[in-house]
Unconditional design. Structure first.
Lengths: 366, 220, 140
């Protein structure tokens, strides 16, 4: 498909009917978490949209993000989003490798300078450039080089967005997020481990449709998907409000589907679309399967004090600290008390009684 | 320090430090009071000192009609915020989990909307109490720095807890939670060295008063 | 509703929780208001079922409440789409599938006929051209 074809033209050339296009727009609106009333506007915009060039860089990652996306994109509609972009470089997916692949990246950068979208998954090692390289180029220099001509950067996955698991303590590679290295480009963080596939495609669809980046929250994530906490959108929320909790994974509460807060659910501090968008084509999400939320879309989720420890529980042993304090306090209290008593006894001993004569003598002096 | 690290620190080491100061301070002060000792009463007992003491601990919880009439506002607002504190601290599910983790005991929680409403009522009562303190000439005259400090460290956990619960968008939620826990730790650190000690000393004082009367065989 | 043909590895009894999100009743009321609006002003309402928190079983509960009416249509455009008129005329259930029969969108539309059922202007134009091309030139 030619590079200066609009999306509408490309779809028609593929034999997609107007009905198919409308269905595509309805699914895209749903994917972008936009109200269905926006469909006509989306259709008009997509009709005229030009297919953007996308360069995808994979650094310290597990390919889970790519996996999440490609699993979802065999289906036609989300796949179409991918067919309409020009994925010019993705070293896991492309056939070419080594210098041929790098040549493709450089060609795409040159041809679309200032216009292409850079997608990054994985964190970037800073302790030693040799920790992760592609075709002999360190991750850091490849990122800095490729970011220069990008219109926007999409940091896909918690590793690219916040450092993720490579950055977990003790962070042996000195892993950092994309936003730690790039300061002069708009960065959209699509966090999650992995992110929900429609969120990845939704962000690309937004760029495709409106040519702008979506509204972001304080952590650089699109508000449309990360605007509400898992806790607030969770179907088990009524149980939390009623104080009905599962205490173990197989007790009565667990079987009845009660709230998983006590089992360490991070829903209250986690912002993601899992509770409504769900996973596996809308089948369910972890809480629905009976497992507490791990908080994978938040920075440093791996070091958050234990996946199975309730948020309100202390992360260190407080009981022992309290017991020691009682012991030390009692000892100190008794010692202080003894000192006070000694002082009192001394005061009693040295006390001189004032007699009426002393007072009268005093009165005479006046 | 990232927000997760901050939350980890307040839930771990900071809570340990606060607990040590809190417990150590309280034990030292209570031991100090107990060690003062009392002069042996040589008079013949006309009743049970223990019974009188225990009875007074309970009976003083009901305001006497005279006080209620003289300072209705103080009594009513005081009761509201004390009961409110009791409910918000001890009957909120996440708090009970914390207590269970430290002491190994737990009890049923109240539904969160009730605790939520109680928090608002308690905050209002505390604000009213402060306004009253500032506007009443005698109370203002009697108030020192410590009175305002104690008020502040009491209302802070309520306000920060409310913000954390509703995840008001002034900070990311882990930070809101961290601020809430920090405010409680501040309360714990200040507690043993201020008038907040009345939480414990009040029962001792009532017992002493009641025991003296009980020994004499009169009502306290 | 349509389900992909999957043989379960084991039989699992899934219990639905006894207290749910309670979003079914408000949704039905929203549909009622939309129907009234359709009658009064001809307003077209679309509700995206993916944007609402529903507990397991609640979506089915909603669909059961709406029931099946007189119309059942199945389109083939970018994978199948099922369009079913509920037992309440004017309330349509639209489910989009992809070519692997996975649900990609589920909507409730309140209108006299969902847009997707109409023949589209561009498609009619294209059809006309095709028909013309197929017929002997003499007829033109």
């Amino acid at each position: 498909m030619s590079k200066d074809e609009t999306l509408g033209e490309a779809l028609r050339r593929q034999g997609i009917t107007r009905r198919g296009f409308l269905k595509f727009c309805a699914a895209t609106a749903s994917m972008m978490a936009l109200p269905p009333s926006m469909v006509p506007a989306i259709a008009a915009a997509l009709e005229k949209a030009m297919r953007p060039s996308v360069i995808w860089l994979s650094f310290q990652e597990c390919t889970g993000c790519t996996e999440s996306l490609t699993r979802s994109h065999s289906p036609t509609v989300e796949g179409l989003i991918f067919d309409t972009i020009s994925l010019d470089y993705h070293h896991t997916l492309q056939a070419a490798s080594g210098s041929a692949a790098e040549a493709a990246r450089e060609a795409a950068m040159e041809e679309n300078y200032g216009k292409y979208i850079l997608v990054v998954d994985g964190s970037i090692p800073t302790a030693n450039p040799g920790y992760s390289t592609i075709a002999g180029i360190s991750n850091k220099s490849m990122l800095l080089d490729t970011a220069k001509g990008a219109a926007a950067i999409v940091a896909v996955g918690t590793c690219a967005a916040y450092g993720g698991i490579p950055k977990a303590k003790p962070n042996p590679t000195g892993a950092v997020a994309v936003s730690d290295l790039i300061k002069d480009k708009p960065i959209i963080n699509v966090s999650g481990c992995p992110p929900i596939p429609v969120v990845i495609t939704g962000v690309l669809a937004h760029f495709l449709t409106f040519g702008t980046i979506p509204e972001l929250d304080a952590l650089g994530r699109p508000k449309a998907y990360y605007g509400q906490s898992i806790h607030d959108r969770c179907y088990r929320r009524p149980f939390y409000d009623k104080g009905l909790f599962a205490n173990t994974f197989d007790d009565e509460g667990a079987k009845k589907g009660w709230c998983l807060y006590k089992l360490g659910c991070k829903g209250p501090t986690t912002y993601n679309a899992c509770a409504t968008t769900k996973w596996n084509e809308g089948t369910s999400f972890p809480i629905e399967a009976g497992h507490p939320c791990l908080g994978c879309s938040e920075p440093d989720f791996w070091d958050g004090g234990g996946f199975y420890k309730a948020l309100s529980m202390p992360t260190e042993d407080i009981t022992r600290a309290a017991v020691y304090a009682v012991g030390a306090g009692a000892a100190a209290g008794v010692a202080l008390g003894a000192m006070n008593r000694a002082k009192k006894a001394r005061a009693v001993k040295t006390h001189e009684k004032v007699t009426i004569n002393d007072l009268e003598k005093g009165a005479d002096d006046d | 320090m990232t927000e997760t690290e901050l939350l980890l620190w307040v839930r771990g080491p900071a809570l340990q430090i606060a607990t040590v100061i809190f417990v150590l301070g309280i034990v030292v002060r209570i031991a100090g009071i107990l060690m003062l000792g009392r002069k042996k009463n040589l008079a013949e007992a006309r009743g049970s000192a223990v019974a009188g003491g225990l009875r007074t601990i309970l009976s003083r919880s009901i305001p006497d009609p005279g006080t209620l009439q003289r300072s209705t506002f103080n009594v009513v607002a005081g009761y509201i915020f004390h009961i409110g504190l009791f409910i918000t601290i001890l009957l909120f599910a996440p708090h009970i989990l914390l207590i269970e983790d430290v002491f190994g005991v737990s009890w049923p929680a109240l539904p969160t909307p009730i605790v939520d409403a109680t928090t608002v009522v308690t905050i209002i009562a505390l604000l009213a109490v402060l306004i009253h303190r500032l506007r009443h000439p005698v109370m203002r005259f009697l108030s020192g720095f410590q009175d305002y400090l104690v008020w502040l460290v009491t209302i802070l956990p309520l306000v920060t807890g409310y913000l954390a619960f509703h995840r008001v968008g002034i900070a990311p939620p882990p930070t809101l939670l961290a601020i809430h826990i920090l405010s409680v730790e501040l309360l714990m650190v200040v507690f043993p060295f201020t008038k907040l000690m009345h939480t414990f000393s009040l029962f001792m004082a009532r017992y002493y008063n009641g025991a003296i009367s009980g020994y004499k065989g009169v009502k306290s | 509703m349509h389900m992909p043909d999957v043989t379960p590895a084991m039989e699992l009894k899934v219990e639905t929780a006894d207290a749910l999100t309670c979003n079914v009743q408000p949704l039905l009321h929203e549909i009622r208001h939309a129907l009234a609006r359709l009658l009064d002003e001809g307003g077209h309402t679309v509700i995206d079922l993916r944007s609402l928190p529903l507990a397991p079983g609640e979506e089915q509960q909603l669909l059961d409440e709406l029931g099946n009416g007189e119309v059942y249509a199945r389109l083939h455009a970018l994978g199948p789409t099922e369009i079913i008129e509920s037992r309440y005329p004017g309330v349509w259930i639209v489910v989009h599938y992809n070519s692997s029969d996975e649900v990609i969108g589920k909507f409730i539309e309140v209108c006299d006929i969902p847009n997707l059922l109409r023949s589209q202007q561009a498609d009619i134009q294209q059809g006309l051209e095709q028909l013309q091309a197929q017929l002997p030139a003499a007829i033109n």
